[in-house]
Structures are given as C-alpha cells and as structure tokens.
Design a protein around this ligand. Sequence first.
Ligand code: ATP
Length: 284
Amino acid sequence: MFIYEKAPAKINLMLDVLHKRNDGFHEVEMVMTMVDLADRLTLHDPGTSRISLSSQSGYIPLDDKNLAVRAARLLRQRFGVNRGVHMHLEKRIPVAAGLAGGSSDAAAALRGLNRLWELGLSTAELEELGAEIGSDVPFCVRGGTALATGRGEKLEALASPPRCWVVLAKPPINVSTADVYGNLRAAEIAVHPSASGMRAALEAGSFEAVCDGLGNVLEDVTLKLYPGVARLKQVMENLGADGVLMSGSGPTVFGLVSKEEKAKRICNGLRGFCEEVYAVRTLG
Ligand code: ATP
C-alpha cells in the first residue's frame, strides 16, 4: 500500500517577537497560512524494519537529520512500532527559504505514518508530537490559517485570508535562522505588528486590511544582513504587488496580489532578478 501526503509551504502574514525566554527560545506571535506550493511525500511499508528516505533534491539530508526521518523515528520509539517505512520526497518548496518546507515534510510524515502504521492518533496528538521536532511542525500538521504563540507551538485557528495570489521569490542567498534571531534585539523593536489587527482583517475578509496589516520584525534584521533581500522586496513593491513581506526569517519575499493577470506580470518582472519565482494561490 502506498500512502500519499501533500506538504504545503507556509507564509507568515505577521511575525512578532515579544521577548527572549529563559530556555533560549523567543516568545512569538505569528499568523501563518498555507500556500499552494507543496512537497509530495509517498510512504510505503518496505517489509523490513528499516526507515529510509529518497528524494530527487540534492539540497536536503536523507539521513536522520531530515525532519521527515526524525518524525518516523519519534513515532516508532514512542509507540513501540516494529515496522519500517520507505519515504520518497518530491521536493518543490525551496530549501532554507523561510517557508517551513522541512517542518511541513515532518508534519506530512506524521500524518502519513499515523495511517500506514495504523496508530489511530488524533490531530491534537500529532501536533503535540510535532512540537518535539520543531516549533513550526504543529501548525504544519494542522494546516489552514492560525495564530501561533509561545515558541510557535500554541495554535488558535483563524479565518482564512480572502482567496488571492501569492507571488513567492526566493533569492539565491542562504539565510541562517539562528543568525537572524541572534542579531535581533527583542527589547529594541520599535514597531510591533498587531496580531489582533490581523485577526480582525481576516475575520472581516478584507484583502486590503490583510495587506495593510502585514508585518515581520525579523525583516529589519535580515534586510540589514542581506541587502539582496531588501532589493528584492523593493523590486516586488515597484512591480505593484498589493502587499509585500519577507516570510519567516527569510530570504523568501512574498507579494499578495488580488488579480491573476497581475500576479503573472509580477512573476515575469521578477524573473530577470531572481531564479526561483512562483505564483500560487492561498490555501488557508
Ligand atoms: P523555517 O521557515 O521553518 O525556518 P525554512 O523554510 O527556512 O524553515 P527548511 O527548508 O525547512 O527551512 O530547511 C532548513 C534546513 O533543514 C535545511 O538546511 C536542511 O538541511 C534541513 N532539513 C531537514 N529536513 C529537511 C526537509 N525535509 N526539507 C528541507 N530541509 C530539511
């Protein structure tokens, strides 16, 4: 039996950092939503107890460092499973992009293995296990649109954004999330984006209010460290995207666009500037 799971990318409509906690994590407030750019994970029982992973991508680890493999090991150890799995990951989400590709693969592995190994776990139980793998994994297990607090693992479902186009541009820059957080002085953040403002914009179903409410306090840090990301943001704004923001710790910049034709035009305009460009729909 083959099991198939989609692992969509996420974007942050807002990301705020409240303070650094004693355990080293940052206390955050993030509104996240899924977009229609997804990895594909296929799982099957190899008839042995081996856990293995293959992928067409040359950019990800295939051993225990891969978050999908970590998810499989965690489930097997926690529930005393003695069956194995072979997973094939068709990677479409750019790697180390601020789009939570690895976290979404881990979430897809948790969902897929729950079915393959007939564990009968609820979504809430899978979310809890996901938090042991990474802060963004619980949201990726659940999907939709949510406000994430704590270190990102506490979730509250929110209304989906109005259907629109999302132009994603990933510059050829490697951004280290640890570096970005390391350079952030949480106490010195001058302007905090508003989680309640974004919640109200989503509830009202107002595309304009969602665009107005976009904000990410990591943007200033990444834009200073990597001026190429600042230029990309400027280009996306000049091309006329309705709202523009960097996702997560970057370097992907996304533009919200209400009309398909305009999204395609912006995509074409970006192509001379950036190789990895996608126009996709929101999924939230
Ligand atoms: P986030 O938005 O959660 O910070 P990201 O989109 O910036 O994540 P990922 O694509 O998840 O970053 O990859 C970050 C690192 O994690 C990569 O450098 C890679 O070596 C490692 N990694 C482990 N498993 C995976 C996976 N399944 N897919 C992609 N990267 C993975």
